[in-house]
Design a protein around this ligand. Structure first.
Ligand SMILES: [Zn+2]
Length: 506
């Protein structure tokens, strides 16, 4: 089975921030989950290199476009590498093949008489790079997404895609495919957007204003609207229109933030319908990150969380873990370096890492660097092992974006249970007497083997640390497709080198 996961392609007018890192880390977790299930997975992420905002950002830095785009492309790529995104394809919309395909799609739609040229006067938001209706604006007449940017009155001749002929069909598609937009709150929001007749979508920008873009194939005085160009990446990444893209496209899932629901939920499906192409399988929508206390992140407040800084201070898995565990499905989630540090110390450090290093060191010291062979299992051992299989099996099933926090929470709850188990069994006391030595071996074996199962599950979330832990346990390679199987740690097998997995950070 195939799975094609996409992140949005990010505007390069600014440096990569936590929001970019977040969506791409979630996409990476989904990829690792589906690979563990035995799927053939393709993950694309990358950058949107066109449009007025990028053009102006290059000008502000006094750089030529190509030089600017190369610099930013490298910057984004290096952040995604830093946070461990195992992307298969890094999108750059300046690629020649992409541009040709965008023009091809426009020509197809134009030939069906679905694109019209007309004069338009309206309010334009440069941030969104689109015309706004009165009802889209705030009380003081600004774009709600870009309140500091000042909308402009613009009069222009442009090309427009007819949207209204497709509205009913799109609503029907949403009704027929309840999984098309997840979670439900955003499906309802999309239905709301489609409740009223749709205005034509402006799909061009005159070259007098914007040059950084794809030329319209039927009028060289215009470039393509940046969203039309960008959205098409989801097809061009899999070589559309060349044959072979179909099996990937049929399994395509877009991960998006709630701020870009309209382009992905309205524009894109209608573009596809207009071009005679099937819709993607799913839109998985997430909310945003705000600072501690629910305050919006801003440089002036000084509460901006920089992914590079977090990785340097706490390591990549502290960041990945926090994003996975504390994302909320349909409301904004809070983040700060302090919150990440706390979670790292309390969950990864105290509950999981300490348990592993405590028991592994004990075993190393008292059983000659080996995992002891177990004796007969007690009811308590069996109960713990059952809990481990239950919690870990959340990672041997398909994970959707909104499932990630609960599946990781189950591992934390399990780690608490394991700590209680080891405190109650007290293997260090059992070891002291010859009579209870075998029981001690069993407790140690059960704990280490359960930790192995947990770490195999966590390979999907914090792969670097999980791999390190599995190397300490000298565990055999995890089976594919993966399921939580007990007793794969060899009794009397050698342990690897023991190190601190999540060293405490103040
Ligand atoms: Zn805007």
């Amino acid at each position: 089975m195939k799975s094609y996961i996409t992140t949005p392609i990010y505007y390069v007018n600014g440096s990569p921030h936590i929001g970019h890192a977040f969506t791409s880390v979630m996409a990476d977790i989904l990829k690792r989950n589906r690979q563990a299930l035995g799927c053939d997975v393709m993950l694309s992420t990358g950058v949107d290199e066109h449009g007025q905002k990028n053009q102006e950002a290059a000008a502000e830095l006094g750089m030529g476009y190509q030089e600017f785009l190369d610099m930013r492309g490298k910057e984004f790529r290096s952040v995604f590498d830093l946070v461990g995104i195992s992307y298969d394809y890094f999108v750059r919309t300046s690629r020649e093949g992409h541009k040709q395909a965008v023009a091809g799609m426009e020509q197809t739609i134009f030939d069906k008489d679905l694109i019209v040229k007309k004069n338009y006067t309206g309010t334009y938001c440069k941030g969104c790079e689109e015309f706004k209706k009165e009802s889209d604006l705030t009380e003081d007449g600004q774009c709600p997404l870009h309140p500091t940017m000042q909308v402009e009155q613009t009069e222009e001749t442009n090309y427009f895609l007819k949207m209204e002929p497709f509205r009913e069909r799109l609503l029907q598609h949403i009704a027929d495919n309840p999984d098309f937009v997840q979670p439900e709150a955003f499906r309802n929001e999309l239905k709301q957007m489609l409740a009223e007749p749709l205005e034509d979508l402006c799909i061009s920008r005159p070259k007098s204003r914007v040059t950084l873009g794809v030329d319209l194939p039927f009028d060289p005085d215009f470039v393509t609207y940046v969203w039309f160009d960008a959205l098409t990446n989801y097809l061009t990444n899999i070589d559309w229109p060349e044959d072979g893209y179909q099996s990937w496209w049929a399994e395509c899932e877009h991960l998006i933030g709630k701020d870009i629901l309209k382009p992905h939920g309205v524009y894109w499906p209608i573009m596809l319908m207009a071009a005679g192409l099937p819709l993607p399988k799913k839109l998985s929508v997430h909310s945003h990150w705000v600072g501690a206390g629910g305050v919006k992140m801003s440089k002036s407040i000084g509460n901006v969380v920089d992914p590079i800084e977090v990785v340097e201070k706490l390591g990549v898995d502290a960041l990945r873990w926090y994003l996975a565990r504390h994302m909320r499905a349909d409301s904004d989630s809070q983040i700060s370096v302090e919150l990440i540090t706390q979670t790292y110390n309390s969950e990864l450090g105290n509950k999981i890492g300490n348990l592993l290093s405590r028991v592994a060191k004990f075993s190393n010291k008292n059983f000659g660097g080996k995992v002891p062979a177990p004796g007969p299992l007690s009811a308590e051992d069996e109960a713990l092992r059952k809990s481990v299989v239950e919690a870990a099996s959340g990672f041997s099933r398909w994970i959707d974006l909104q499932d990630i926090p609960a599946r990781t929470q189950a591992i934390v709850t399990l780690a608490e249970e394991m700590n209680e188990y080891i405190d109650k069994q007290a293997p260090w006391t059992l070891f002291k007497s010859e009579d209870t030595r075998e029981r001690c071996q069993t407790v140690i074996y059960v704990t280490l083997d359960c930790l192995r199962v947990i770490m195999e599950a966590l390979q999907q979330v914090i792969p670097g640390s999980a791999d390190k832990a599995l190397a300490m346990l000298n565990a055999p390679a995890a089976p594919r497709p993966w399921t939580p199987v007990l007793d794969r740690l060899e009794g009397n097998g050698d342990l690897g080198e023991i190190e601190s997995l999540f060293p405490r950070v103040q």
